[in-house]
Design a protein around this ligand. Structure first.
Ligand code: SAH
Length: 275
């Protein structure tokens, strides 16, 4: 296919053209007639077209690139337009609460996108702050980033990080399939993976405490080669308190941050909270 504009690398413009793959992405999305699909990064609308063919209620597709947005608006035919709304906006600036409130509560929100690498982590943070507003997220992202998002002490151990713990607190995350870099145009330097996050109905930590929990996790993983004990010391927790936690939870002094599960982190966090 010949594109009307040169792809902008800085905006992660690596388009998906393979129709089988596009259909496979849509098949991996939990969609029914009550689903509003929010697409991040319309591009030339390749994925949008497949999403619109599903039995969803509506597709709202965001694109930051002015040229692409207006090109798509002019190409999209009327019949398809009923179901799709194209918005020219930076997805990192979406006010999710405002958007959600425009729609009836009986509808559900699914966020989908072949995401530019540069926005994947910021976007997931924005979304995780608003988890009460949606049910599912399905993203095509760099494989390594996907592995970091789903890692546990057993699975993708090397990628296990504060973000893996934080995500698993809030969502059930799984990699659905890998997407070789040859499937994108222009071809990026790394492979991709499709990841699905299903927001948990019951999250084990109240919303008000999550910012603190995130800061705590970052402290725990700050020096990956050091023990958890030393990381906590560096983060200025009192040694006496650390000793108490370790005794209470039966941890060896040399336990490393990569060995604790999400539940372990919640236990340590709750223990260290000022009473
Ligand atoms: N969905 C299309 C395009 C994927 S490429 C496909 O699969 O082929 C990623 C798209 O996201 C590009 O069109 C890029 O311009 C857009 N984009 C990049 N940063 C963005 C942002 N902050 N907000 C919205 N769109 C963005």
């Amino acid at each position: 296919m010949k594109f009307p504009f040169l792809p902008k690398k800085k905006w992660g413009q690596n388009f998906l053209l393979d129709k089988n793959l596009l259909q496979k992405v849509v098949n991996s999305c939990p969609i029914d007639e009550k689903t509003i699909i929010i697409e991040i990064g319309s591009g030339y609308g390749h994925l949008t077209e497949f999403l619109a063919k599903s039995n969803c209620y509506q597709v709202i597709s965001y694109e930051k690139d002015t040229q692409l947005h207006f090109w798509l608006q002019s190409k999209w035919n009327k019949e398809q337009k009923n179901k799709v709304v194209f918005l020219h906006q930076d997805a990192l600036k979406i006010n999710w609460l405002e958007l959600r409130q425009k729609y009836n509560q009986s509808l559900t929100f699914l966020i989908v996108g072949n995401l530019p690498y540069s926005i994947a982590n910021s976007l997931i943070f924005n979304l995780l702050e608003n988890t009460e507003l949606f049910e599912n997220l399905v993203f095509l992202i760099q494989k390594e980033v996907a592995q970091r998002w789903v890692a546990t002490p057993q699975r993708y151990k090397k990628e296990y990080s504060s973000l893996s713990v934080y995500i698993s607190l809030i969502a059930k995350a799984e990699i659905i399939f890998s997407v070789p870099k040859q499937c994108f145009f222009p071809q990026p330097s790394v492979n991709g993976a499709l990841i699905r996050l299903e927001i948990k109905k019951e999250i084990e930590l109240e919303k008000e405490k999550r910012v603190q929990f995130w800061a705590f996790l970052k402290n725990c993983f700050r020096h990956r080669r050091k023990t958890l004990w030393n990381n906590l010391l560096i983060a200025s927790y009192q040694e006496k308190k650390i000793r108490e936690v370790f005794q209470q939870l039966n941890y060896e002094k040399n336990i490393r941050p990569q060995q604790l599960t999400t539940q372990d982190y919640l236990n340590v966090f709750n223990f260290l909270q000022p009473q």
